[in-house]
Design a protein around this ligand. Structure first.
Ligand code: BF8
Ligand code: SF4
Length: 652
């Protein structure tokens, strides 16, 4: 029995698996043609291991693997003597280090290419935002003045490379946090010192026989995550802006309808904008466009997937085919010539699905090879040339397309993106003052970052869309990144006209500014933009971030990166609600620390609530409590009631 035919209540049950109509239609194709998807594989994994789900299994060393019985009947300690608290904390610490490493290694790749660009060693790259480069240089103590821009860039890269090492006592961007927050970090020993250092130290501490105090492990987990948010991710975001342009509001479209039946379609999937940016240039090459026409296509159509897609959507308005759980379905349209992947969140299954079609999967990073893919390694020294050969390969694949198998299941939905902090401040007239005023007078109650992934354990997009809808209805501004942004885009909540879905206060502000009530701030490394926005608001009011009426939410998270993000958001003072249960429930002490004790330590904590209707209530109460704390007009949190009936969000 598959996940797809398990549901008896509806004609096909697909709406329990995924909310958007384009995905439901493609699941019909998958079933008709016997193609396995992520939902089928989840069903095949049932029941998933309960020990692992609770975080109480350990395979750190060869005296194990061990597991602790969370119900107190079986063994309570691993062979080395580690108890449930320690095993859960160590597992979580390693998860944070993996997520932080993924973001930060992406940041380092950007830094290396930026460095090579500053030395004129690349093709296809330039300094697109010189003003931002100068601002960053000044922030990092690099002399600017009349110096040539390449020289400034070289010095800035040298300073940023040091952030990855171990000779500093704090990262360069830590200064962006308000004094009060830095004082909290200083007091608790959370100030991140080096990006690689914190990750390596986490692996060291969680080796057998090192840090055996669960709370101490978790505190270092927060420091490790801060090295991601205020380090690796922030460097990735800021330098990407300098190289590819700082995003500004742009209209585009989203869903599988962005594929064009008469075009050579190329999906750019993964996370790093380095290669995809030159592919955009290559796709505009007149010779390649002419070649595509010669082969019978009307042109070359690029679409994005996941966060590579978000990077391109934010800066260039490239249409977005979909988020995480769309990556197999896009191939089943039969209209995709090439899927170009870099790294992260690329299911190894895409090459299995591609084998059933004419689609070529092209891997481009030596760090991420996929059996069944064609490997065309990226080299920034010949970026543009490689971009052109990739497009050439896609044009070749067009000849193999079977027109009878082309089924593009939807019309694209319009969506606005491009809300960098700079763009938000520009929309407000150059300063945070109007936003602060709207929050102060209560027309906007607060702001929430709804971020993160899709997870087949939750009906795709449903939790993102429903939570966001409830928040904007209650005059809470929502900023989104990653797959949460794409979910909201598909649901039509990210156009200026969506102001009508918002409560009266937020709606009026959106109409006055011509912006949607849900602002796309970028990819997952761009959650660093949310930190900067929060710091800007805090500085404006002269308070700590933890005092602001803000919250975070990751309703459908799945990845280690999402855990790192959640940790740095909380460590930065913003309470965060997770929609999927993290593997910590085998330790009452760890759960208590993360969902309660942290509040008294960093001024924020985690909550876990899969039902978006209830999550919205938790967040609204939290925001009103913060308003009360700041002496702003507030609604008594006790009067905000849970809905009588929760949503029927499917948890598997
Ligand atoms: O970095 S939101 S599924 S695509 S991990 Fe992945 Fe999650 Fe999507 Fe982007 Ni982020
Ligand atoms: Fe078992 Fe301890 Fe080794 Fe983990 S570190 S596998 S609990 S002996």
């Amino acid at each position: 029995m598959t996940a797809i035919d398990r549901d008896g209540k509806s004609p096909n049950g697909f709406e329990k698996l995924t909310m958007p109509a384009d995905a439901q239609a493609m699941l019909g194709v998958a079933r008709a043609e016997g193609i396995t998807t992520v939902w089928d594989r989840l069903a095949a994994q049932q029941p998933q291991c309960g020990y692992c789900a609770m975080g109480v299994s350990c395979r750190t060393c060869a005296m194990g693997p061990c597991r602790v019985d969370p119900f107190g009947e079986g063994p309570q300690k691993g062979v080395c003597g580690a108890d449930a608290d320690l095993i859960v904390a160590r597992n979580l610490g390693r998860t944070i280090a993996a997520g932080s490493s993924a973001h930060s290694d992406h940041g380092r790749d950007i830094l290396e290419v930026f460095n090579a660009t500053a030395r004129s060693e690349t093709t296809g790259y330039r300094i697109a935002d010189e003003q931002k480069l100068r601002r960053l240089a000044e922030e990092w103590g690099v002399e600017t003045g009349e110096r040539p821009v390449e020289e400034i860039a070289r010095d800035l890269t040298a300073a940023m490379f040091e952030d990855f090492g171990s000779c500093k006592s704090e990262l360069g961007f830590v200064d962006r946090a308000p004094d009060q927050r830095r004082a909290v970090w200083g007091r608790l020993g959370l100030t991140p010192r080096g990006i690689d250092r914190e990750n390596v130290e986490m692996l060291h501490r969680t080796h057998m026989g090192v840090d055996s105090d669960y709370a101490n492990v978790l505190l270092h987990g927060l420091r490790t995550s801060l090295a991601d948010g205020w380090g690796g991710s922030m460097i990735a975001t800021e330098l990407s802006d300098v190289m590819f342009g700082t995003p500004a509001p742009v209209m585009s479209t989203v869903n599988l309808g962005t594929l064009r039946a008469d075009h050579v379609n190329v999906a750019l999937h993964g996370h790093n904008p380095l290669l995809s940016d030159v592919i955009v240039q290559a796709a505009e090459d007149p010779e390649l466009v002419a070649l595509a026409r010669q082969r019978g296509a009307a042109g070359i159509n690029l679409v994005g997937l996941c966060c590579t897609g978000n990077e391109l959507l934010m800066r260039k308005g490239v249409p977005m085919a979909g988020n995480h759980l769309i990556q197999e379905l896009v191939i089943m349209t039969g209209a995709l010539e090439a899927m170009v992947v870099d790294y992260q969140c690329i299911m190894p299954s895409v090459t299995d699905v591609a084998r059933c079609f004419h689609t070529v999967v092209i891997s481009t990073s030596d760090k991420a090879k996929f059996p069944g893919a064609v490997h065309m390694p990226f080299d920034p020294h010949h970026g543009l040339e490689i971009g052109k050969s990739i497009i050439g390969r896609a044009i070749d694949a067009y000849a193999n397309r079977n027109p009878d198998r082309v089924r593009i299941p939807a019309e694209p939905v319009p969506m606005m993106a491009g809300f960098s902090v700079e763009a938000i401040l520009a929309a407000l007239g150059g300063t945070a003052e109007p936003l602060v005023k709207a929050i102060a007078d209560g027309s906007i109650r607060g702001a929430v970052g709804v971020v993160g992934c899709n997870n087949p354990k939750i009906t795709q997009d449903y939790a993102h869309v429903q939570l966001t809808r409830r928040l904007i209805e209650n005059d809470i501004l929502v900023v989104v990144t990653g797959c949460a942004a794409v979910a909201n885009g598909k649901a039509g909540q990210m156009v200026p006209e969506a102001a009508e879905l918002a409560g009266p206060g937020l709606s009026a502000v959106c109409r006055a500014l011509g912006i949607p009530p849900v602002l796309h701030m970028g990819s997952c490394v761009d959650n660093s933009r949310i930190l900067v926005l929060a710091a800007t608001l805090a500085e404006h009011l002269g308070v700590d971030i933890s005092q602001l009426p803000l919250a975070g939410a990751a309703p459908e998270w799945y990845s280690e990166k999402a855990v790192a993000i959640g940790a740095y958001v909380v460590a930065s003072g913003i309470t965060t609600v997770l929609g999927v249960q993290p593997p910590i429930f085998g330790s009452r002490n760890v759960v208590n620390l993360l969902t309660d004790g942290l509040e008294g330590v960093v001024g924020a904590k985690f909550a876990v609530e899969p039902d978006p209707e209830k999550a919205a209530v938790i967040i609204r109460r939290h925001i009103e409590a913060k308003r009360r704390g700041l002496g702003l007009p507030f609604v008594d949190p006790e009067t905000i009631h849970e809905p009588a009936v929760g949503s029927d969000v499917v948890m598997r």
